[in-house]
Design a protein around this ligand. Structure first.
Ligand code: NOJ
Length: 745
């Protein structure tokens, strides 16, 4: 009984909050239509709107129950279907919905994570571009293609911060930093949603996974999350809030429990924060089966109670648990779930269907002609190649080995990933019959002239333990002027449920690097993966290294552009690359402790490990260029300010090298003392700048109250007087300009 009262109170407070904050006019028009429709609906039809099934053609999770899906659609028992795609197929399924009593259109959703027909780099790779326009373009192309193929909704962007590269889903996010990830979240939402819901080329974004899924203990997928409220607010929530402010249409909750309460049944997350404090008007879809999984979590007695807990906590749509469709009517009958709670969820969903224009024309996105024209167009492929180039990070370039000359006589291309194209697509890519994917080898063939010979040897497979083919690879290398060696992971080694305890480059691939290096030939290593891998020997001994991730349809062309200098790499790591699994989590915005290590080795009575360097192998923000840049002339227009003042900062960036190129100038702050300890460094601004050789530019940053605020002891977002260190550099571990300023009352 007490629980019921709580539920009702909770719902009433939400309803009041919603009423108090009604906004635009067209919203009022839609509200009227939603209310009129709702008034015609039976309880079963309402519950149907909260139900989502996968199509039978594709399962992106464990199937929970067989049901007569098509009959359910005709009976008005389904609000949305995932894993249907294509103008023809979506039309066919929508036709079934048009046979239902109220003809409420279905929403079609799909995981369009990094491209629909044309595959873009995996999101972590795109994050390395630090290029918001490029990232937005990637999502825009995906949105346009998907909208032309009958889709309404992508389950992206995934905005989970992670500090753990063992976690398989690290490839799907934007890395370790809340500031960078927030900007990226905004770019992706804007890209998917284009000119707004209702445009023919816009699809709904779904910000996921709410919340803190990336903090899974030990990096094991689906694992429990146990973090402080402070960490939740400081590190994990900012990208969600940024995405919401950018207009994200929908949210997805997450598989994990947060401090003992599964996210799907978590009222604090969904009611108090998302729909309460943040006043979110869209709907929340559960993750696949996550309503039902609350039973395995040990939070619900059975599927029926799971449904009660989930709807009460604010999960509006049930993906594939069948828990709502099977139990909500009974729960209403038993007065355990008020109809008002169901009405609120239904209204949120119907509103999106109206906003998408589906009541005007349920088939408006299912247009085969448009589909043919939009998908895989030359422009879309060009966009993919552009973004792919920008995602590549130059980790090492001894003696300026790169860029390679286009006049080389013989190039040996060695390694298990040289001719692979499926791996270039990365996890969460959509597979297409007869697709054209550009492998590394093909990209090189496209690039080099007739006078350059390409030799190939595989050397070993990705996970091989045998070195039996090394001799042939060595013999191939011996004939060449330079060796390009591609090592890394298969596409299905990093992704959902692909966590790994060992993130070293798999198999004997690093031994292959050793064998090839022993030939004395110059060696360029390409590391291809969806996550930071560990490759210490290669890092110490290869002549040049490019982190090329999984770059998508145009991977080979993009890599060739960079290898031969048609594009000067400018990517910067969005996540730290560790030296050893033992130092995970390793991230740049850590806390000082009372005994910070004074050098890179933990020494007695100092924080850190004694048996290894404590810094990451490659730090957050790191990445080289073929040219060199100088940062000088740091100027602050004041060194004391009040919270109402703005601090204007400038510095000069000069391209002092021989190539045109881009640099990402990064601004970090350290709040030296506060009522709550602050990280040793926090990214607060950056600018990506293109300069021709010899050219200079003045870079400006502004620091204001917002930049200096943090959650104080009472968790209020506030400023406190005190001194701040200002650091500007080209990586979190390469600060070139420093100053200090003071915030006064
Ligand atoms: C489970 C994943 O966690 C989620 O991200 C995805 O959108 C759904 N499956 C649907 O495929």
């Amino acid at each position: 009984m007490q629980k019921r009262i709580l539920t009702i109170l909770c719902f009433l407070s939400i309803a009041c909050c919603v009423l108090a904050q009604k906004t635009p006019q067209h919203t009022d028009a839609i509200d009227g239509k939603v209310d009129a429709l709702l008034a015609k609906m039976t309880l079963d039809e309402k519950i149907g709107q909260l139900n989502q099934y996968t199509s039978d053609r594709l399962a992106t999770g464990p199937l929970t129950e067989n049901s007569s899906k098509f009959q359910d659609i005709k009976d008005g028992k389904l609000g949305s279907m995932l894993n249907v795609k294509g103008a023809k197929e979506t039309r066919m399924v929508q036709e079934l919905a048009m046979q239902s009593r109220l003809k409420i259109p279905l929403l079609f959703g799909l995981d369009i994570i990094h491209g629909y027909r044309v595959t873009f780099p995996v999101p972590l790779a795109e994050a390395a571009s630090w290029d918001m326009q490029a990232i937005q373009t990637s999502a825009r192309v995906a949105g346009k293609e998907a909208a032309a193929a009958g889709l309404h909704w992508t389950f992206a962007p995934m905005v989970d911060i992670t500090r753990d590269p063992r976690w398989g889903r690290v490839m799907e996010g934007a890395g370790e930093d809340p500031y960078l990830a927030s900007l990226i979240a905004v770019a992706r939402v804007k890209g998917f949603q284009g000119n707004g819901l209702g445009s023919l080329d816009a699809i709904m974004a779904c910000v996921k996974h709410f919340a803190a899924y990336g903090a899974a203990i030990g990096g094991r997928d689906y694992n429990a999350v146990d973090i402080s409220d402070r960490t939740l607010w400081e590190t994990y929530l900012p990208p969600f809030k940024a995405a919401l402010d950018a207009g994200a249409a929908t949210f997805m909750n997450s598989f994990n429990e947060l401090n003992g309460i599964p996210a799907t049944g978590n009222s604090y997350l969904q009611r108090d924060i998302l729909k309460g404090k943040w006043n979110y008007k869209g709907f929340v879809v559960s993750d696949w089966g996550s309503v039902g999984e609350m039973v395995q979590h040990g939070y619900a007695r059975n599927s029926k109670q799971a449904a009660e807990l989930a709807i009460t906590a604010g999960s509006d749509m049930d993906m594939e648990s069948h828990a709502y469709i099977n139990n909500l009517a009974q729960l209403v009958k038993e007065n355990k779930v008020p109809v008002a709670l169901i009405d609120d969820a239904v209204k949120r969903i119907l509103r999106k269907k109206f906003e998408m224009g589906l009541f005007d024309d349920p088939y408006r996105f299912s247009n085969e002609e448009r589909e043919k024209k939009e998908l895989n167009s030359p422009e879309n492929r060009t966009a993919a190649r552009e973004v792919a180039k920008k995602s590549i990070v130059l980790l090492k370039n001894d003696k300026q080995l790169l860029p390679l000359s286009k006049n080389l006589k013989t190039i040996a291309v060695i390694g298990p990933l040289v001719k692979s194209n499926i791996d270039m697509m990365g996890f969460w890519s959509i597979k297409w019959e007869g697709d054209h994917l550009v492998s590394l080898y093909e990209g090189l063939e496209n690039k080099v002239g007739k006078n350059t010979r390409l030799l190939y040897a595989q050397g070993c497979d990705v996970t091989d333990t045998s070195k039996s083919n090394f001799a042939q690879a060595v013999a191939t290398a011996m004939q060449a002027d330079v060796v390009i060696l591609a090592i890394g992971e298969h596409y299905d080694m990093t992704g959902e449920a692909k966590s790994r305890a060992n993130i070293h480059v798999p198999g004997v691939q690093e031994d292959l690097v050793k064998a090839i290096k022993a030939t004395g030939k110059p060696v360029v290593v390409l590391t291809m993966s969806g996550r930071p891998m560990i490759f210490n020997w290669t890092a110490d001994n290869a002549d040049a290294i490019l982190q090329t991730w999984w770059l998508g349809s145009e991977a080979g062309n993009a890599i060739a552009d960079v290898l031969f200098g048609d594009y000067n790499p400018a990517g910067k790591l969005p996540i730290s690359f560790p030296r050893s699994e033992g130092q995970i989590p390793v991230y740049y915005n850590y806390k000082s402790t009372g005994r910070p290590s004074t050098n890179d080795m933990g020494i007695n009575y100092r924080s850190g490990y004694n048996d290894m360097q404590n810094s990451p192998r490659y730090a957050f923000g790191y990445g080289l260029s073929y040219t060199q840049f100088a940062l000088t002339d740091l100027k602050l227009d004041r060194t004391t300010l009040t919270a109402n003042d703005k601090l204007n900062i400038s510095c000069t960036l000069k391209n002092t090298g021989n190539y045109a190129g881009e640099e990402v100038v990064q601004l970090y702050l350290r709040d030296e003392f506060a009522s709550v300890t602050r990280p040793v460094k926090e990214l607060k601004g950056f600018e990506k700048v293109y300069l021709k050789a010899g050219e200079s530019k003045i870079i400006n940053f502004v620091i204001d109250k917002e930049t200096l605020s943090f959650y104080d002891q009472k968790m209020n977002w506030a400023t406190e007087p005190g001194t701040f260190q200002l650091m500007i550099g080209n990586s979190s571990d390469h600060i070139l300009l420093k100053s200090k300023f003071e915030l006064i009352k």
